[in-house]
Design a protein around this ligand. Structure first.
Ligand code: TYM
Length: 334
């Protein structure tokens, strides 16, 4: 608990171009949680280098992501927004947790299997222990709740296992975190292959709507979305393309599945896709305008980064010192 509130932590990688999946599955759900929780939202730039990055681009993207957090409505006075690489406790705790994690556990991770298949020429140890760094991110703040999309559930499970294992040896050191999955948008699928998740690393750009896509591109991608020959807007597994578009539409408009199905009863896919495209534009356009505005205010953004990094460091070090003491590292001489 911090200030009598439960602690909430989440993060996004500053890799690639963020998609509508990242927004509806994660970012959108983060807004306003600070009313009930003490929130930490990190930019996971250390996770990003598990695949090769161009340094200048990575730096630019990290800042763009921080701006995007604020543009999405996450108030930097009430939420702690910072770069993972600037709070050294993440790396230090990750090392300790590495020593409490088994090779077998890591090699079972779906994301590791996917990414090592995709980057066969660079299966580095960082990629392998990626979930341990993620566990360190979460445990460092004594986090109660972690809002993520469904694709991150396996990593959260392993984080819980590591924390319980550590607690079994050393007593109640870590809070055991719970996942927090949003109602709609928990898994937005590719528009071109709706059995695959919408992903920043998709080779087909028509499969993903990027948060910075202009309105014409968004509408075009929605119109091109793969559906089926059933011709009715119903929420069923047999119609994965339509189901995904319903999820996007209801998430953008805060509606239930029933409301969407009723609204499009008797209407064709053409009308439906157009409505989906327009809804996405109505959500992303204001976000893009706000990003453009914030980008101009360098001093304001720099001030936020400085203040929030100090805050994150303070809380991170509290846990880290405790853990270091438990495992037997020497006390610091003041
Ligand atoms: P990342 O950067 O891949 O994704 C960020 C968030 O977006 C969600 N998401 C989706 N949700 C719905 N539909 C989709 N198609 C979709 N694609 C992505 C993800 O579930 C995630 O919530 N390892 C993490 C970042 C991370 C982290 C952490 C998260 C680092 N440390 C600690 C939570 C706690 C990642 O790569 O997310």
């Amino acid at each position: 608990m911090i200030n009598d509130k439960k602690v909430l932590f989440s993060a996004m990688q500053s890799t690639g171009t963020l998609t509508l999946g990242n927004y509806l599955g994660a970012l959108k759900n983060w807004v306003n949680l600070s009313d009930d929780y003490e929130c930490f939202y990190s930019i996971a730039d250390m996770h990003s280098i598990t695949v090769r990055q161009d340094p200048a681009t990575l730096r630019k993207r990290a800042r763009a992501l921080l701006i995007l957090y604020i543009a999405a409505g996450i108030d930097p006075q009430k939420n702690c927004l910072y770069y993972q690489s600037q709070v050294s406790g993440h790396a230090e705790l990750a090392w300790i947790l590495n020593c409490f994690t088994y090779m077998g556990e890591m090699s079972r991770m779906t994301q590791f299997k996917d990414k090592s298949a995709k980057h066969a020429d660079n299966i580095n140890v960082g990629l392998f222990t990626y979930p341990v760094l993620m566990a360190a991110d979460i445990l460092l703040y004594q986090t109660d709740v972690v809002p993520v999309g469904i694709d991150q559930m396996q990593h959260l499970e392993i984080c819980r296992d590591i924390a319980m294992r550590f607690n079994n040896v050393y007593g109640d050191v870590f809070t055991i975190p719970e996942a927090y999955i949003g109602k709609a948008g928990a898994k937005i699928m590719s528009l071109q292959d709706p059995v695959k998740k919408m992903s920043k690393s998709d080779d087909n750009p028509n499969g993903s709507i990027y948060l910075m896509d202009d309105p014409d591109t968004i509408i075009r991608k929605c119109k091109k979305a793969v559906t089926d020959s059933e011709g009715c807007v119903l929420y069923r597994d047999e119609q994965p393309g339509v189901k995904n578009l319903i999820d996007i539409y209801r998430s953008c408009n805060d509606l239930t599945v029933e409301q969407v199905v009723k609204e499009f009863d008797g209407k064709g896919y053409g009308d439906f896709k157009m409505a989906v495209g327009e809804s996405v534009v109505s959500v992303l356009k204001p976000l893009q305008d706000r990003v453009a505005e914030l980008e101009k205010d360098k001093a304001y953004i720099d001030g936020i980064i400085k203040e929030n990094t100090e805050k994150a460091t303070y809380f991170a070090n509290k846990t880290l010192r405790k853990v270091q003491r438990k495992v037997g590292f020497p006390d610091r001489i003041r």
